[in-house]
Design a protein around this ligand. Structure first.
Ligand SMILES: [Zn+2]
Length: 134
């Protein structure tokens, strides 16, 4: 497009701020900046995918990062678990009991267990999720 120029750091910061307001208003999240200075606005699921491709997150962290309810995060995660996208594998890092260290390796549900079957404690390190390149 004629007249398009690289943005400097201050202009980028202004645009990022404005986009954060737009995200809150229309329910889309994470604007992806491209090297040419233009932005694409991602849907929640695209944003979630991008986050999980970078590092593992718990559902609570994702709900905070994307400003959506945890329940909605689980919906997206369930979809991604079944259809992680070509070249990606959905990885569930199991919950761990904070008291005895019991690891919930056999649990397939995405939600955090409420109680440890070994010691009965209720304090869990939440399961985390990631997308790994195949
Ligand atoms: Zn335990």
């Amino acid at each position: 497009m004629a007249g398009l120029k690289e943005l400097d750091a201050r202009e980028t910061a202004v645009i990022e701020f404005l986009l954060s307001r737009v995200r809150l208003a229309v329910g889309v999240s994470l604007a992806k900046p491209f090297s040419n200075g233009r932005f694409a606005v991602l849907t929640i699921r695209q944003a979630l995918k991008q986050l999980l491709q970078e590092q593992p997150y718990s559902a609570l962290e994702l709900s905070q990062l994307l400003s959506i309810p945890e329940k909605e995060v689980y919906g997206h995660l369930q979809h991604l678990a079944r259809a992680p996208g070509q070249g990606w594998r959905f990885h569930l890092i199991p919950a761990v009991c904070r008291n005895c260290g019991f690891t919930f390796t056999k649990r397939e549900r995405l939600t955090s267990p409420s109680r440890c079957p070994v010691c009965r404690h209720q304090s869990m390190k939440r399961p985390r999720f990631a997308l790994e390149a195949r």
